[in-house]
Design a protein around this ligand. Structure first.
Ligand code: ADP
Ligand code: 5GP
Length: 201
């Protein structure tokens, strides 16, 4: 599952909420060249890497997708997502809209969710509340214009007003997606083969 939103849209808090709500969700940690913010932990929030390290990972094909956001490189290590899938859990990727498109192209079964704050005033308040300097807020709002232009390409749109409700809605999307026939054909096959065996007896 990919969660995208304008910066300050709630990707990080919604992801934390999902992980707390249900163990079937796991964060697929991505890597970045941006400096660590206070409180962020290497390997938990991001793998913090240098630019040469990032370029090496990219060259070696170890990134599922990558993007340059606000002057820094970001990328999803293939291993990060695959490790979660191997555990039978749902990798939650909180990445930008370009990354979302790349992942969807590579893995069409990915569910993409766009989170949108209820209005601009709320977004600005949340960005300021997170401690972003006015210049940073302005850059993020400018980027948001382009991000909103591609919101229509996402599978789902969730208005992030009340956080608890947003988390429940995103979890509900994952729940319904897991029930899609196309994701469960092996169960039908297994039932059919049991029927065939019985008929053969
Ligand atoms: P993103 O990861 O998309 O940049 P964050 O998850 O960091 O956004 O959210 C930005 C700020 O807004 C954070 O301080 C977060 O706690 C706050 N926030 C996000 N969603 C809500 C919400 N529904 N209600 C109240 N505060 C929120
Ligand atoms: P921040 O620096 O605020 O944590 O993230 C800035 C932007 O980069 C956010 O939109 C975030 O979701 C996005 N981002 C984080 N990791 C990745 C990644 O691996 N790939 C892509 N494409 N974007 C990412």
């Amino acid at each position: 599952m990919v969660l995208s939103a304008p910066s300050g849209g709630g990707k990080t808090v919604v992801r934390s909420g999902l992980l707390k709500l249900d163990k079937k969700f796991a964060f697929s940690v991505t890597c970045t060249t941006r400096p660590r913010r206070p409180g962020e932990v290497d390997g938990k929030d991001y793998y913090f890497v240098t630019v040469p390290q990032f370029l090496k990972l990219r060259k070696e094909g170890r990134l599922l997708e990558w993007a340059k956001v606000h002057g820094n490189y970001y990328g999803t290590p293939v291993k990060s997502a695959m490790d979660v899938l191997k555990e039978g859990r749902i990798p939650v990727m909180t990445i930008d809209v370009k990354g979302a498109r790349s992942v969807k192209r590579l893995f069409p079964e990915t569910v993409t969710v766009f989170l949108l704050p209820p209005d601009l005033k709320t977004l600005v308040q949340r960005l300021r509340g997170r401690g972003e300097a006015p210049a940073n807020v302005a850059v993020r709002l400018e980027t948001a214009r382009a991000e909103l232009r591609v919101a229509s390409t996402f599978d789902y749109l969730v208005i992030n007003d009340k956080l608890a409700e947003t988390i429940r809605e995103v979890a509900a999307i994952a729940g319904l997606e897991a029930l899609k026939t196309a994701r469960n054909l092996e169960k039908v096959k297994s039932f059919s083969s049991q029927l065939s065996k019985k008929a053969g007896n």
